[in-house]
Design a protein around this ligand. Structure first.
Ligand SMILES: Nc1ncnc2c1ncn2[C@@H]1O[C@H](COP(=O)(O)OP(=O)(O)OP(=O)(O)O)[C@@H](O)[C@H]1O
Ligand SMILES: [Mg+2]
Length: 251
């Protein structure tokens, strides 16, 4: 019998994974600015809502209203799922945290600790089967030490496991383009999907590529595929080598 998989929201990515994520996996999708990380996370959420799964979308920068409005541009009507109690959008605004914190919290040490503590609470209370966090880097940014960052990610991993959810964590990449900004999430996570950007040799345009760097417990494609961002989300095309074989050159 074929084991149950959780769709990524993208047919090609599902097939690269042999059907999708394993239930219970925590996967990081990392990429540079504008590479389609938020769109991928919303595509994942929308596809799973359509399959009747209870979902939680956590954003550290966008309001619920903005997420609903912008998802609609891709044909993803999130409002209907909120009305059916299938979707919770939690907007945990870290930038707004400082002025709202009480002197007690400030004197307790962590400027943003109350916002950071909201994250595991929201997850625990959600009873969601599917979770997307956009982005884990923003939560990492406001931690005051490497130890705090690592401890909080490990704690998050534990809570996600406890509720049995499958999670996609958006992360920014470091300047090398191959690791996440803090280089922690990809080790704690079961999987890492890397989005990259290459300039063509003549500098006329750039190409987006996607690759599965790791996915614990399952065999997966190691191809580097070219993708476009379209009004239906990420559209994964041919492997990069076929683009190069047909005369395309990268810098
Ligand atoms: N309808 C559309 N059709 C084609 N491309 C689009 C469309 N909407 C957005 N894009 C492209 O998607 C990019 C934004 O995608 P997204 O917000 O998911 O990126 P991101 O990786 O989350 O960026 P950031 O790091 O800034 O959060 C835009 O910069 C644009 O290039
Ligand atoms: Mg984004």
């Amino acid at each position: 019998m074929r084991e149950k998989r959780i769709t990524t929201g993208n047919e090609v990515l599902d097939s690269m994974l042999g059907g999708g994520f394993l239930p219970g996996q925590m996967v990081v999708i990392a990429g540079p600015a504008g590479s389609g990380k938020t769109i991928s996370a919303l595509q994942f959420i929308h596809a799973n809502l359509t399959e009747g799964r209870r979902c939680l979308f956590i954003s550290a920068s966008d309001s619920e209203e903005s997420i609903i409005t912008n998802s609609f541009r891709f044909g993803w009507d999130l409002k209907q799922f909120i009305d059916k109690n299938l979707l919770t959008i939690a907007s945990i605004k870290l930038a707004d945290a400082l002025p709202t914190l009480s002197p007690d919290i400030l004197s307790a040490g962590g400027l943003y600790s109350s916002s950071l503590e909201e994250l595991p609470k929201v997850i625990k209370n959600s009873k969601a089967e599917i979770i997307a966090i956009d982005s884990i880097t923003e939560f990492n940014d406001v931690c005051t030490s490497e130890l705090e960052r690592r401890t909080r990610i490990l704690n998050l991993r534990r809570i996600i496991s406890e509720i049995g959810a499958t999670a996609l964590l958006v992360a920014e990449v470091s300047p090398d383009g191959i690791t996440t900004k803090y280089g922690i999430a990809e080790y704690v996570a079961d999987g890492l999907i890397l989005l990259s950007r290459y300039h063509t040799e003549e500098l006329s345009h750039y190409l987006h590529t996607i690759q599965i760097i790791k996915m614990r417990w399952i065999p997966h494609s190691r191809e580097i595929r070219v993708y476009d961002i379209t009004d239906k989300g990420l559209s994964i095309r041919s492997p990069l080598y076929t683009t190069l074989a047909s005369g395309g050159k990268l810098r």
